[in-house]
Design a protein around this ligand. Structure first.
Ligand code: NAD
Ligand code: UDP
Length: 311
């Protein structure tokens, strides 16, 4: 059955892939975006599809729409972008959650919140399971995002308990792939663009910090499976690839794969940069029957090919 689905942040990196996949499944899509980090070019190929509709709107303001499902992705995700206007980042997370939950409550729609591994902060538990409460600096430079996302999770849970809204929370771990912005600032796109341009790869700190990188197609599949879970199951569920790499390993791997002559240089670590991060995905395996299929090597090749094509 065709569903009408609202995707906030639909013109961004993940949002544009989600629009594409849900359209291909025959759904009617409303893509809502204020184009802070998203672009029209991310969704240009969808504009001629009669099932696709674009609304330029800032989700900190209320909006009245009739839909069956809501994916709430609106929020800059890269540290340089979410720290550009931190007050706006908090507003987007909090007001955005309230406004999308308001739609869900009014019309009985399901709502999925794109939360983040950042709710675990700089974790003392490794790998991170969903029942770990995290170690977040509430007053630091990253808190507009971390605490904003934690407040959004809180709102989701309270709307579920108080107003019986069918909410779903996924905690997304570092995801990469085609359509990350050239100036995104996150590590995979930074390193690929630097390597392809023959510029130095900027490793922050000594390169020993780790992350676990998930390819976008796997992530989108996990999100859609989460939306399809039975009413009353809210998660949160970690979605990510548990293969963990140091940032220095990633830099070396990308120099090798691009055949670049770039060098690696070391720069100061940003404040509160989490030392390590890896999802425990037992819950996603059990409830969603989901695990990533695309290895880092395969995903990097696809991403390198994308950046080569646009540079
Ligand atoms: P992105 O920056 O490419 O996309 C965010 C989108 O939201 C953009 O299109 C932007 O223009 C839009 N947006 C921002 N503020 C808005 C507002 N006030 N009103 C309307 N639209 C607004 O980032 P992404 O990587 O695609 O991330 C999408 C979502 O997934 C975000 O909520 C992010 O926190 C979450 N997430 C992503 C990752 C990841 O690794 N990519 C990890 C954890 C969580
Ligand atoms: N990083 C880096 N060089 C860059 C960009 C990022 O060494 O050019 C590091 C960053 O300090 C962090 C890791 O890569 O340790 C992942 O950073 P990203 O911004 O991609 O994501 P997040 O910190 O939000 O997980």
């Amino acid at each position: 059955m065709t569903k009408r689905i609202l995707i906030t942040g639909g013109a961004g990196f993940l949002g544009s892939h989600l629009c594409e996949r849900l359209l291909a499944d025959g759904n009617d899509i409303i893509c809502l975006d204020n184009f802070f980090t998203g672009t029209k070019s991310n969704i240009a190929h969808l504009m001629s599809n009669p099932l696709f509709e674009l609304i330029r709107h800032d989700i900190i303001n209320p909006i009245f729409l009739e839909v069956d499902e809501i994916y709430n992705l609106a929020c800059p995700a890269s540290p340089i972008h979410y720290q550009h206007n931190p007050i706006k980042t908090v507003k987007t997370n909090v007001m955005g959650a309230i406004n999308t939950l308001g739609i869900a409550k009014r019309i009985g729609a399901k709502i999925l919140q794109a939360s983040t591994s950042e709710v675990y902060g700089d974790p003392e538990v490794h790998p991170q399971r969903e029942d770990y409460w995290g170690k977040v600096n509430p007053i630091g430079l990253r808190s507009c995002y971390d605490e904003g996302k934690r407040a959004a999770e809180c709102l989701m849970m309270d709307y579920m308990r108080q107003n019986h809204v069918d909410v779903k929370i996924v905690r997304i771990f570092n995801t990469y792939g085609p359509r990350m912005a050239l100036n995104d600032g996150r590590v995979v796109s930074n390193f690929i663009v630097q390597a392809l341009r023959g510029e130095d790869l900027t490793v922050y700190g000594d390169g020993s910090h780790s992350r676990s990188f998930c390819y976008v197609d796997d992530l989108i599949d996990g999100m859609i499976r989460m939306m399809q879970t039975q009413e009353g199951f809210c998660g949160p569920v970690n979605i990510g690839n548990p293969e963990e790499f140091s940032i220095l390993e990633l830099a070396e791997e990308l120099i090798r794969r691009t055949g670049s002559r770039s060098n690696i240089i070391f720069q100061p670590l940003p404040a509160d940069d989490p030392v390590q991060r890896r999802p425990d995905i037992s819950l996603a395996k059990k409830i969603l029957n989901w695990q990533p299929k695309i290895s880092l090597g395969e995903g990097l090749e696809k991403t390198i090919a994308y950046f080569r094509s646009i540079l």
